[in-house]
Design a protein around this ligand. Structure first.
Ligand code: URA
Length: 236
C-alpha cells in the first residue's frame, strides 16, 4: 500500500502537489470511487487507479541508465557543480533518484540511478561482489607483469589491500579492460598508479548484468527495460 500522491508522481507526469489538485477535482478514481485525499493509500497491484479515465503507468521504482560524461559529479546535489541529477528531466528529478555507487568526476560511462534503496544496497554490498567492468586509457603501456599483479591483488600506496582484479591490456597496452569485484575510492586510478602508470580516461562499461547501452551518447539516459530491471533484481 502506498499513498496516491507518491504512486501517481512515480509516473513522472505529475508532481505530488499536482496530484493533490487532481484528487480535489475528483479526477482520480480508485476502483471506480473518487479518491478522497492524496494521502489515501492504495495497492496498484490490487486496485485499479484511473486519472481522467486512463490508467497511468505506475512504477513502484524508477531505474535510469545514464552515460555519465566527464566533468559531472555523481551526487544528487551540489551548491556549485553540476551533478548527474541535473542531466535528468524535471519529471525524473522529482522522483528521489540517487546514483548507485559513484564514478569520479572525470570518469564516464554507466551510472545507474534509482529510488530503490534496497537494490542499491544489494548491488553495492561488498559481500555480493558485483563485477564492474571499465575501459581505461593509460600513459604507458600495460603488459603481462601488470596483469599478473592485478591478478594477485594489489596493495595500494597507503597499505589498502585490493581483491584480485582482472586486467586485460589491449593492442599496444595503452588501453585495457579492468574488472573489479569491489569499489574503493579512486580504486582503478590508485591500482594503476601503484604500477607506475596514470589513467588518462576511465569509462564504466558494465555493472553485474547491466551493460551500458552504446547508443546513449555522453550525457544521455534512458529507463531500464523490464528485462534489465529483472536481471539486476529490481522491482517493476
Ligand atoms: N576507479 C576509479 O579510480 N575511478 C572511478 O570512477 C571508478 C573506478
Amino acid at each position: 500500500m502506498e499513498r496516491l500522491d507518491k504512486l501517481l508522481a512515480s509516473t513522472g507526469r505529475w508532481s505530488r502537489r499536482e496530484v493533490k489538485l487532481l484528487v480535489k477535482e475528483g479526477r482520480v478514481l480508485v476502483d471506480g470511487v473518487p479518491a478522497g485525499r492524496a494521502e489515501q493509500k492504495a495497492d496498484p497491484d490490487v486496485s485499479r487507479i484511473l486519472v481522467d479515465g486512463e490508467e497511468p503507468a505506475i512504477r513502484q521504482y524508477t531505474y535510469v541508465m545514464l552515460n555519465k560524461p566527464a566533468g559531472v559529479l555523481s551526487a544528487t546535489e551540489d551548491p556549485r557543480q553540476e551533478t548527474v541529477l541535473d542531466l535528468l528531466s524535471p519529471e525524473l528529478r522529482r522522483q528521489g533518484l540517487f546514483p548507485v555507487g559513484r564514478l569520479d568526476k572525470d570518469s564516464e560511462g554507466l551510472l545507474l540511478l534509482t529510488n530503490d534503496g534496497e537494490l542499491a544496497h544489494r548491488l553495492l554490498s561488498p559481500k555480493r561482489h558485483v563485477d564492474k567492468v571499465y575501459y581505461i586509457r593509460v600513459d604507458r603501456p600495460l603488459g603481462e607483469a601488470d596483469r599478473a599483479a592485478f591478478d594477485r591483488g594489489i596493495v595500494l600506496a597507503d597499505g589498502t589491500d585490493c581483491l584480485p582484479a582482472k586486467l586485460e591490456p589491449m593492442g599496444d597496452g595503452l588501453e585495457a579492460l579492468v574488472t573489479l569485484h569491489e569499489g574503493k575510492f579512486h580504486q582503478i586510478k590508485r591500482m594503476v598508479a601503484s604500477r607506475g602508470a596514470a589513467v588518462c580516461q576511465l569509462k564504466r562499461l558494465s555493472m553485474g548484468t547491466l551493460v551500458l547501452d552504446e547508443r546513449l551518447k555522453k550525457g544521455e539516459y534512458r529507463l531500464l527495460t523490464r528485462e534489465e530491471v529483472s536481471k539486476i533484481g529490481g522491482k517493476h
